[in-house]
Design a protein around this ligand. Structure first.
Ligand code: SF4
Length: 322
């Protein structure tokens, strides 16, 4: 049996790879990525069985962001043409979520542009959360950098999960964003955890990180004990500073998911934006690489895949919606 399968068997029984073993995973040439998949599939099956979680988002407030994240079309620094609108009303947000009842989607997330929200805006989201809870919809919110008191308020309003990406490894972050720092993002994740919220935090890949930086991010997420890790693959957007970066190859995408699965064996790994564009014909292999969930429907500024197509893919792979 291959070396990585033996490593995976140990990871599946609670023994994380040590530094040398991580190094072996990182050094594996991309052309041999497939040799990781029997092991990563075993780890995924150990912790998640045949279940695949499905979440979807709504863009609750769009554009005009004061921050300069170099991959993002919603930053006012880059001059990209995107929809711009203020925070939607609580009733509208709740109705969007309620329309998902019975669809097979596990979680509905309200996502806003900007560094963070005002107290007044947070109260609006809190009202939407209460309404959604009363209708049995599982909620998530992604509202940027927030203070502890705001996250406590959202928890009291019934919010189940807070999403806040760290975006990339701490060693790369200053080249990706200059208007706020990595520590502020870590603080928000820690506040959300302290408030008793489930925490979803991951990043964007294909923005210039090395495999070692994928592992570096994974170790920060492990220390923060997040519950779920969203994985976005960059779709370079014209007008952003990253518009000309070379795309990831499908095998590199699978290796990124595999590294995360080895280092975060029991965490949800949810593959989100850019999965079709970057993985192309290898897209169905995300589950073998270790993904336990996908984001379905449209993304913030890009069209995604329909729920029907994703449900068919899950069944075709012998898996089932969570
Ligand atoms: S990723 Fe978020 S904080 Fe960064 S520019 Fe885009 S909307 Fe603003």
């Amino acid at each position: 049996m291959n070396y990585f399968y033996e490593l995976a068997k140990r990871a599946a029984s609670g023994h994380s790879p040590d530094k040398k073993e991580i190094e072996r995973i990182l050094c594996l040439p991309y052309t041999e990525t497939i040799s990781l998949l029997p092991g990563t599939d075993l780890i995924r099956q150990t912790y998640f069985g045949r279940k695949v979680s499905l979440c979807t988002i709504t863009n609750a407030k769009s554009g005009k962001c004061s921050e300069d994240c170099s991959f993002c079309a919603q930053s006012a620094h880059h001059g990209c043409v995107v929809d711009e609108y203020p925070l939607k009303k609580a009733g509208e947000l709740a109705e969007t979520g309620k329309a998902l009842r019975g669809s097979g989607i596990n979680r509905f997330s309200m996502v806003t542009s900007g560094k963070g929200l005002s107290s007044h805006e947070i109260q609006t989201v809190g009202r939407a959360v209460r309404d959604l809870n009363a209708s049995g919809i599982r909620t998530c919110a992604s509202l940027g950098v927030l203070k502890s008191v705001d996250l406590d308020y959202l928890k009291q309003s019934g919010l189940e999960r807070y999403h806040h990406n760290l975006e990339t490894a701490p060693s790369l972050f200053p080249r990706i964003c200059t208007t706020h720092d990595f520590a502020q993002r870590v603080d928000t994740v820690a506040y959300a955890r302290r408030a008793g919220l489930s925490v979803c935090s991951g990043g964007v890949f294909g923005i210039g990180e090395t495999d070692a930086q994928v592992a570096e991010l994974a170790m920060v997420l492990k220390d923060l004990d997040v519950d779920a890790v969203p994985v976005n693959f960059l779709i370079p957007i014209p007008g952003t500073p990253l518009e000309n970066v070379p795309g990831l190859t499908p095998l590199r995408c699978l290796k990124i998911i595999s590294i995360l699965r080895f280092l975060l064996p029991d965490k949800e790994i949810i593959v989100c934006g850019g999965r079709m564009q970057n993985l192309r014909d290898l897209h169905p292999l995300i589950f073998m690489a270790g993904a336990s969930g996908i984001m379905t429907g449209n993304y913030l500024t890009r069209e995604g895949r329909s729920l029907e197509e994703d449900l068919r893919l899950i069944r075709d792979m012998g898996l089932e919606p969570a």
